[in-house]
Design a binder for this molecule. Sequence first.
Ligand SMILES: Cc1ncc(COP(=O)(O)O)c(C=O)c1O
Length: 397
Amino acid sequence: MPTPKLTFRPAERLAALPPYFYADLTQRLAQLRVRGVDLIRLDAGSPDLPPAPFIVQALQRSAEKPNHHGYMPYGGTPEYRAAWAEFYGRRFGVELDPQSEVVGLIGSKEGIFNLTLAFVNPGDVALIPDPGYATYANAALFAGAEVIYMPLLAENKFLPDLRAISSDALRRAKLMWLNYPNNPTGAVAPLEFFAEVIALARAHGFIVAHDAPYTEITFDGYRAPSLLQLPGAKDVGVEFHSLSKTYNMAGWRVGVAAGNPEVLRALGRLKGHIDTGTFRPIMDAAAGALTGDQSWTIERNEIYRERRDVVVAALRAAGFQADTPVAAIYVWARLPEGVDDRAYAAGLLEATGVSVTPGSVLGPSGAGYFRIALCHPVERLREAMQRVGRWGVEVGS
Ligand SMILES: Cc1ncc(COP(=O)(O)O)c(C=O)c1O
């Protein structure tokens, strides 16, 4: 007698998570690849350029040490935390205590998810930028929170309208996520905006979590501030940063949360039950990246700037609306009125092999937009933009 096939139902809480857009996309891309389509993926913000050689050499040197292969403390080595404190002091004039005000992360995505789990109860409100990096909303949904979107609209320079948040939402809010320089819009936030947010958080007793992985990728002389620069920021705020984009180290999985020590203590407590830290050689090399020569990142930013200019000019020539971002690695393009962004992206992929992220995947206010990531050599981007131009603006509606 054959034994009946067992089925294992995932926990109910998993049902709170929406289907992952990129999983379906990856499947479709694999089918197209088999058909021999020359794919150009502009949908993912994974840096194509390598870290500076001195960073890779530091990894190699550390990995050669026989005693560098054991478990690590979950919040990072003292040297890694101190490197972040040095970075914040030098770059933003922010003083951080490496022990209590810095927690090392396995990439900022891990910390974003776990901060939410550490603080948000079922029924709490999480204030989420829309469009935005999907993990803010998905972690909140997983924690049973009510997600209240803060629309980022062109007419408000892609900053949330703080006055539009209802008093009920403010009363029930546990956590507000912000992200500047912004993915996907490329918008930046002035210090005055952060000051207003801090005052609001203080008045209503919620945590401000500023996700800031793009502060070091800026163009045209713009310098991005840190939330923690503002007086009183550490009373309500934590900031997330990462080596993924700053130093082209996305696959290394190494990041940080800095700021309010009480908030970080709870995050650290949760992490203590979940992970055992990042591999020591990665932390050693990351510390070297943070405290070593930064001049190579100027050249790197110049490469992104050239790519940005090529993409923005081509989009405009093709009839799309797109601002010229002064930071981050994305161009946020607006489709003509009435064109559905998912239909457009799907049609573009089938017809040309160019993959872009439809805006509504990143939140309801992203409808009618699409996002291009600048993670290909400029010649490849030119080729992609020629295909986009040939396909046209109206098709896909
Ligand atoms: C706004 C934002 N936050 C966080 C992340 C995740 O970064 P990490 O590689 O540090 O997990 C990304 C990655 O694209 C991002 O765009």
